[in-house]
Design a protein around this ligand. Sequence first.
Ligand SMILES: [Zn+2]
Length: 257
Amino acid sequence: MKLIDTHCHLDEIENLDSVLEEAREVGVTGIIAVGINYATNLKVLELAEKYNDSVYPALGLHPQELPEMDDTEVDRTLSQIEEHISRAVAIGEIGLDYHKRVRALASKERQQAVLRDVILLAKKYEKPVSIHSRYAWRDALTIATKVGIKDAVFHWYTGPSSVLRDLLSQGYYISATPATEYHSEHRRAVREAPLDRLLLETDSPVSYGREDRYTAVPKDVLRSLNATSEITGVDNGSLAEQTTQNAIRFFRLPVTM
Ligand SMILES: [Zn+2]
């Protein structure tokens, strides 16, 4: 069985040699390492070079970073993404976050303007995007469609079915995290998405679980797989095959992996 963790903050994980070895042992042959700002973008590029048989970099500008960034820093990060775009398989993590704590420090308008600029870059260089859309599902979709980006994944989607229907009709994808084991909105979205629009991920090192909390690492993409298998009724072998093919197609990864 081959699996791809399509959204992982690998730069935040310690003991990477053993973490990656453990991932490989359960069949994880590829990991998309996403950046969130200038410093982490540099790190994911380094990691992709060091672990070039399995780690693929995505360069991003996360809405939760905006409170710490003035307009000059935003521009510097956009220029950095453009400069290194040929080495990246995608642009991400990018998006909108309308949680009130984030909105209080980075207005909706500012978040939307930055998202528009970064999606324009993705469009210019024909790269897929990995979108964070917490409480901002409709606005994130509207910006993606207005800019006219072709390939987008709404990562860890937990939004309403109406937005899900519309994003699927644009040809976009969603991704399933280990929260598929227990989170009802996420489970509903995973149930409603067709299998050819589903990617698996961990968003490591996020903490998951209701009673037993744990910090995710890439091998936990197996949890995403098994819970998705349980939700959809598709056996995990077929599901692994399908979602890995989806990831190879979406990120244009080497087909040999
Ligand atoms: Zn993330």
